[in-house]
Design a protein around this ligand. Structure first.
Ligand SMILES: *Cc1c(COP(=O)(O)O)cnc(C)c1O
Length: 367
């Protein structure tokens, strides 16, 4: 092996890809552990019973049964839906469809979900940051200053990783602000935990509104890889030119259709159970002496600020409990995010925290 063989690849690859840091998904970043509370997944399996056939055939570009099921569930027209390989593919296809490489901009409002910037950078699209205000809401003045400087504005509501929703009137103001210049994408990955706050009803009113959805969170189907983009028929038609020719495999279509029809009640029960556990864990966290701040959650995760996030995070890892360290995100120093898994996983989380507290007591006595 000579240095030359390495140099060839380094010379061939796009310069921006060479220097790119890939998305650090929970699954890539942390391995091992026994209790996984780091990726906002549901803590239990689905009760699905499907039979698969026709695997010798290519699937329909957009399987009708699936699109009809989602249209019914979301209360939109079936021409306003594109099914994708997770919501992440929706983000990527939007960027590739509407942004010209090395020329156009997107706006993101950090701290927020990481994939908007990663997808943009992978297609050589500039990313303009308009950080959320101190109370984690949109900075409308700053957005206004960038009004003619973006093709897409990404708003995550409820926001990951902070957990609360963005004010409805501010999202509407943003739709108005960009109505002649940009798409406003509202990422509703967690909307099942607060369905009354969805923007889906406003699709017909705002032609520049795009909504992202997924089956990965409340539907407990992260392993399936199925998401949806809701938008005007015109937007869906353009995206359909760019997306892969068979984005939804047959098994995905069959399983997702069942989850959205016969098994819909199962999802709704899971949401009730999750909301109850979220309230319980919030109470538990509030009692901790090291807690600096507890963030409002309308989702299946809770963000909290500790006095020494690294010490707590590492102690939990040693005890097999994986949560997510958000300390490197803009204005989230010492912040950790715990996903609301099942009751057993959360018992492990609580007892690991109790052990951490005891360790800290021992340390204090020694000094
Ligand atoms: C999990 C998540 C996604 C991605 O969902 P997939 O359908 O699994 O690709 C998109 N947006 C946000 C805010 C998320 O938290």
């Amino acid at each position: 092996m000579t240095d030359k063989s390495f140099n060839l690849i380094n010379n061939l690859v796009r310069e921006d890809v060479l220097n790119m840091v890939p998305y650090q998904s929970a699954r890539r970043e942390q391995s091992g552990g026994s209790f996984w509370l780091n990726a906002n997944e549901a803590g239990g399996n689905n009760q699905l019973d499907v039979s698969l056939n026709n695997l010798n055939r290519y699937p329909d570009f957009q399987p009708q049964q699936l699109i009809n099921a989602y249209a019914e569930y979301a209360g939109v027209d079936n021409k306003q839906i594109l099914a994708t390989r997770g919501a992440d593919e929706g983000i990527e296809v939007l960027i590739r469809t509407f942004c010209q490489s090395a020329q156009d901009n997107i706006i993101i409002c950090p701290p927020t979900y990481g994939m908007y910037a990663i997808s943009a950078k992978s297609h050589a699209i500039n990313v303009t940051l308009v950080p959320l205000t101190d109370d984690l809401q949109l900075d409308l003045a700053e957005l206004s200053d960038n009004k003619d400087n973006a093709k897409i504005v990404f708003i995550c509501s409820p926001n990951n990783p902070t957990g609360d929703v963005i004010n409805k009137k501010d999202i509407i103001a943003t739709l108005e602000l960009f109505k002649n210049s940009a798409l406003v994408v509202v990422d509703e990955a967690y909307i099942e935990f607060c369905p009354e706050l969805s923007f889906a009803k406003l699709l017909n009113e705002y032609p520049n509104l795009v909504i992202l959805r997924t089956l990965s969170k409340a539907f407990a189907l992260a392993g399936l890889r199925c998401g949806f983009t809701l938008a005007s028929e015109e937007v869906i038609t353009m995206m359909s030119k760019i997306i892969a020719p068979y984005p939804i495999s047959n098994p995905v279509s069959v399983i997702a259709s069942q989850a959205l029809t016969e098994n819909l009640n199962e999802m709704q029960q899971r949401v009730l159970q999750t909301n109850k556990l979220t309230a319980e864990i919030s109470e538990f966290l509030k009692q901790q002496s090291w807690l600096v701040k507890l963030f409002t959650s309308k989702t299946n995760y809770i963000l909290f600020q500790a006095n020494d996030a690294n010490a707590l995070f590492n102690s939990l890892i040693e005890q097999g409990v994986l949560i997510r360290n958000q300390s490197s995100q803009l204005s989230l120093e010492n912040c950790l995010r715990v996903s609301i898994g099942n009751a057993n996983e959360l018992e492990q989380f609580k007892s690991a925290i109790n052990s951490y507290n005891q360790q800290q007591e021992v340390l204090k006595c020694k000094t």
